[in-house]
Design a protein around this ligand. Structure first.
Ligand code: NI
Ligand code: MN
Length: 226
């Protein structure tokens, strides 16, 4: 499948038959808004890790346009349900078989509230099993010991990890996280968007390289095959 980096922590995942958008934050991202056309994304499903604005800003516009089903925790799906959007509520540790594959909502250590102050439930990440591939999307999180449970569910093909520090793990802890989840290919997200999370990309790649791992940092709009 093809995974396109949409800037910050936003992704477009294209499977054989479905289009998934993760944590859409495009129109408010100075680095992405001129490179990504929201209308071109046309998701069937929108996966939301937590309620912070830099993960949900474009959820209403995308859901309105495409009628996509929002997959997230109970509180976030209920919040959007009250606004008339379709959703599938989950909670930590649960699995559901969707038309595109299996989703497990997993733990993250972070916070989660909407911009208007509404409680967004506990933040999470996703373990996706799609077309025989396993992808871990950590969401905004600190390094935490529950990451060691991830390989219990099978070998990962890709780990999507935040690397920008300050609000989430930085590069050093993301490298430890890649060891906890036993994955050698990492897609780095949640960096460079605003001042607190600027990183040195080459140095970050070298840190992973020295540990025998590959940190992928595609340009905004760039894709990787999994
Ligand atoms: Ni956050
Ligand atoms: Mn964030």
């Amino acid at each position: 499948m093809k995974i396109t980096f949409l800037g910050h922590a936003a992704l477009l995942i294209e499977t054989k038959e479905h289009r998934l958008v993760v944590d859409p934050f495009i129109t408010g991202n100075e680095l992405a808004k001129d490179k990504i056309d929201l209308k071109s994304l046309k998701p069937d499903f929108i996966l939301v890790t937590h309620a912070h604005q830099d993960h949900v800003l474009d959820v209403p516009a995308l859901a309105e346009e495409s009628g996509a089903t929002i997959i997230s925790n109970y509180e976030i799906v209920t919040y959007y349900g009250q606004k008339g959007f379709n959703g599938h509520p989950m909670n930590h540790g649960g699995n559901w078989e969707f038309p595109f594959g299996n989703v497990k909502y997993v733990n993250a250590v972070h916070t989660s509230s909407f911009a208007d102050g509404t409680y967004g439930g506990q933040p999470g990440g996703f373990l996706l099993s799609i077309e025989g591939k396993q992808i871990y999307i950590a969401g905004d999180t600190a390094l935490h010991m529950d990451m060691k449970l991830i390989p219990e569910y099978g070998d990962l093909d890709l780990a999507v990890l935040p690397i920008g520090d300050n609000f989430t793990m930085g590069v050093a802890d993301a490298l430890r996280a890649s060891e906890f989840v036993e994955c050698d290919t990492i897609l780095g997200v949640h960096y460079d968007t605003f001042g607190y999370i600027k990183i040195d990309k080459e140095k970050s790649k070298a840190t992973f390289e020295a540990a025998g791992k590959k940190l992928r940092l595609p340009d905004i709009g760039g894709s990787i095959e999994v």
